[in-house]
Structure formats: structure tokens, C-alpha cells
Design a protein around this ligand. Structure first.
Ligand SMILES: *Cc1c(COP(=O)(O)O)cnc(C)c1O
Length: 443
């Protein structure tokens, strides 16, 4: 079966229901049009259509791709795994990739989080963490601790359970009657600094609000879930690590679990392998997904402290964590994750990314001079800025303009961000900056 750009788009619009999309916009004309990009193949940081036109993947294909498309080392590891074992159920069976991956991830937490539970997507990881915390308190004789706290504008996935702690009205409002709503506490988003305030001040105010909440209602709260350092879907809202230090201390004081959702910010994205390392803390539960397989296969992981695991270990089957998915711990996905961890090690990626982060800083600095730009900000391999515009169609207009410049940049609301794979060159980072500037000039 052969495709061209046109036939692929037509057949996709006829047969595929695309995510996060009002499909009608793909049929709209002019100002409103939302493009659908046919991708024939990918190589390194680039995506190619059927006519050989290429786009620089400035957002790592929704924050998943770490080491480029068609990475030779990940490809080779997967081919070898394919010849060995593609899949086996993980209840009552085990295999080398899942064991090795669990051991290596535990080691990356310094042994603090010694048990790994597997699923296939981020939202499921969120739900697993929430269920584990809830069930932990039940098993510990404190069933009244059954509510969850999340940060304002936080995002933890879109299944009905995950929406309980996702504070994005656009994704949630229509389903509100289905959701057992968590409670929202102040975000430490550094953009909220009053004149003269530092990000640390904002972090302390937000922690003070958390303390008020925990003092009043901590007895009924199971866990606080946060996206450490960067609230991604909120529009790359960044905060000082001080918030995590204070939140950790408060969670300890009021016997509340701290869940770090590092689905977006893990895997070296913020400069350390895990974002929470920058606060010198450990969470009780840690969610990973997205980049963990290098952007190759769906996989998510919840790491937990041994004390949580132990609360489920009993004669009574019902005290166990009976959650499962058909593809729990899939060997191919685990192998892709192991190959990804190998690259981190062999190429000293965290150190090499310090140079890449400097290139991003240079690109951001140039853009910051633009009169329409607000709050230029960066955390490791994420650079972002807001655009002063009230145009609700800004995201797709900018996306279209950037595509015409040969780069994939997909704003969240009026926030434009660069989140490239860890293989971009200095010239490619400069192209991201120049394309953003040209796109802004066109609008
Ligand atoms: C993407 C994301 C999720 C959800 O992951 P899916 O695989 O899309 O379900 C959860 N939390 C954060 C922080 C994310 O960025």
C-alpha cells in the first residue's frame, strides 16, 4: 500500500479520531485551519513527509523522544529483544528486561524507591500511585485518609481517575460529574511573583498555603501529587526547588504521601536525571513514562518506597495491590528503556546536555528582546516564553507559521516552548529560535 501526503491526510481524516483535537479544525480553511502533518519517516531530530519535506522536532514528539527518531542503538536493542521475547504476562511470570529495569531505576533513586510497578501510559501511572496511596492508608488502619491534593493548573493525565488531580478545565469540565474531585492548592509558579519577589518567595507562599490546608484537613488526606520543577501542560510553569523541600517536610509532618509525577520532567529533562533530585528529597511514589523508552514504546512505571510495598504484603489477598494491565512490564518496552538508560551512561548525557541547555539559553535570550514576549524561562532542556496575545487561535496560527519555517513547535495556550531531543546540534537549536522569531513576525 503506498501513500502520498495527500492520500494519507485524506484517509486519516476519514478513519482516525486524532487526540486532543477538535477534528473540524482539520477541515477548516484560512485563519482557523489546523494542519495535519503526514509523517513518512523520522531520523534524528527530524520528521520527514512523503515529499521529503522535513520538520525539526522541537517538542520531542510530545516530550517523549530523547535520542532522536530511528536511533541506531535503541533500534538494535529492540530488534534483538524481538528475536528473544516480545511479550509475556507479568503475573506469575518474569523476564530479564523488567528485572534489570526495576533494579536500575531503583539504583537511580539511591535505593530509596525499591519497588517498581508497571503500566503502559502516564495516566495509568497516576491512577496506580493514587490507588497505592489510598490502599496503603486503608491497610494501615487509617481509611479516613482518602483524599488527594494537587497543584493549581496541574496535569496528571486524562482518564477519569487521573482527572481527579488534573486542574485543566478544558480537559475536565465536560466530565466533571464522573470525577471524584481532588482539592487544589496554590501553585508555586514563579510567574506569580509580585514586584520585588523572587521565585523562592513564591515557593514559600505556596508552601504556607499547603500548610494551612494540611493543618486543617491533613487527617483526611492521603497524598499530594506534584509535577516537580515544571508544570508542563500548565504551559511550562516553573518553580523553585524550595517548594519541593518545604512540601516534603510538610507531607512528613502531616503523614501525607508525596507523589512526584515525573512523567514529563524525568529522564534528564530538567538537568538532573529526576527533577526532585534538585531539591535533595525523595518522594514516596514516583511516576515515570513519556521519555523513559526514548519515545519508542508505551510504558509507565510507578516506583515506591519499601514501606508502602510492605503495607500490602500480607496473608490476606485483598490487602495486595491487585491492579493489572494486559501489557504490564512488556519486554520490548522495558528493553527500549534499558537501551535509553545505556545511552545516558555511555554518552554522559546529563553533562553533554549542559552545553545544549546553554544553546537554548542563547536562543531564548535573543527572543526575550521581542516586545510581545513575557516571562522567558528555562529549566534544563525546557525553554519557554509567553506571548502577549488575546487571540484564541494563536496556538494553531503559530504552529502553522513555525511549520512553514521547517520546525515543529506547538504552543500551549499563549506559551511557546522548546523541548528538543537530546541530540540537537547548536545549529538546530539556533534554527528553533530563528523559526520562533519568524513565526512571531508573521502573526
Ligand atoms: C503526559 C503526562 C501525563 C499523562 O501521560 P499519558 O501517557 O499521556 O497518559 C501525566 N502527567 C504528566 C506530568 C504528563 O506530562
Amino acid at each position: 500500500m503506498s501513500f502520498s501526503n495527500l492520500t494519507l491526510i485524506e484517509r486519516s481524516l476519514a478513519a482516525v479520531w486524532h487526540p486532543c483535537t477538535q477534528m473540524r479544525l482539520h477541515h477548516a480553511e484560512g485563519e482557523d485551519a489546523l494542519p495535519l502533518i503526514p509523517v513518512a519517516h523520522g531520523k534524528g531530530a527530524w520528521l520527514y513527509d512523503f515529499d521529503g519535506r522535513r520538520y525539526l522536532d522541537g517538542i520531542s514528539s510530545w516530550w517523549t523522544n530523547l535520542f532522536g527518531h530511528a536511533n541506531p542503538r535503541i533500534n538494535a536493542a529492540l530488534k534483538a529483544q524481538l528475536e528473544t521475547l516480545a511479550h509475556v504476562m507479568l503475573a506469575g511470570f518474569t523476564h530479564a528486561p523488567v528485572v534489570e529495569l526495576s533494579e536500575r531505576l531503583s539504583a537511580l533513586t539511591g535505593g530509596a524507591l525499591g519497588h517498581a510497578f508497571y503500566a503502559s501510559d502516564g495516566a495509568s501511572a497516576t491512577e496506580i500511585a493514587l490507588k497505592m496511596s489510598f490502599h496503603f492508608w486503608q491497610n494501615s488502619g487509617r481509611p479516613e485518609k482518602n483524599r488527594f491534593l494537587c497543584l493549581a493548573n496541574g496535569y496528571h493525565g486524562e482518564t477519569v481517575g487521573a482527572l481527579a488531580v488534573t486542574d485543566v478545565p478544558l480537559f475536565k469540565a465536560a466530565y466533571a460529574p464522573l470525577v471524584r474531585q481532588g482539592d487544589t492548592v496554590a501553585t508555586p509558579d514563579a510567574r506569580h511573583a509580585a514586584p520585588g519577589e523572587t521565585p523562592v518567595d513564591v515557593a514559600r507562599h505556596a508552601a504556607a498555603a499547603l500548610e494551612v490546608k494540611l493543618k486543617a484537613e491533613g487527617e483526611s488526606i492521603a497524598a499530594l501529587i506534584v509535577e516537580p520543577l515544571v508544570q508542563g501542560a500548565a504551559g511550562m510553569a516553573m518553580h523553585d526547588p524550595e517548594y519541593l523541600r518545604l512540601a516534603r517536610a510538610l507531607c512528613d509532618r502531616y503523614a501525607v504521601h508525596l507523589i512526584c509525577d515525573e512523567i514529563a520532567v524525568g529522564n534528564g529533562r530538567t538537568g538532573t536525571f529526576f527533577a526532585h533530585e534538585q531539591a535533595g528529597i525523595h518522594p514516596d511514589l514516583l511516576c515515570l513514562s513519556k521519555g523513559i523508552t526514548g519515545g519508542y514504546l508505551p510504558l509507565s512505571i510507578v516506583l515506591c518506597r519499601d514501606a508502602i510495598y510492605q503495607a500490602f504484603y500480607a496473608k490476606d489477598v485483598r490487602r495486595g495491590f491487585l491492579h493489572s494491565h494486559s501489557y504490564t512490564g512488556n519486554p520490548l518496552a522495558c528493553r527500549a528503556a534499558l537501551a535509553t538508560l545505556d545511552i545516558f551512561q555511555e554518552d554522559a548525557v546529563l553533562a553533554a546536555n549542559r552545553q545544549r541547555a546553554e544553546w537554548l539559553a542563547t536562543a531564548l535570550e535573543k527572543l526575550a528582546a521581542h516586545p510581545e514576549i513575557r516571562h522567558p524561562r528555562q529549566c534544563g532542556m525546557i525553554a519557554a516564553f509567553d506571548v502577549a496575545t488575546g487571540d484564541p487561535a494563536f496556538p494553531r496560527k503559530f504552529l502553522r507559521a513555525a511549520l512553514e519555517e521547517g520546525v515543529l513547535l506547538r504552543p500551549i495556550g499563549n506559551t511557546v516552548y522548546f523541548m528538543p531531543p537530546y541530540v540537537v546540534t547548536e545549529a538546530e537549536v539556533a534554527l528553533l529560535g530563528a523559526a520562533a522569531e519568524a513565526a512571531l513576525a508573521r502573526l
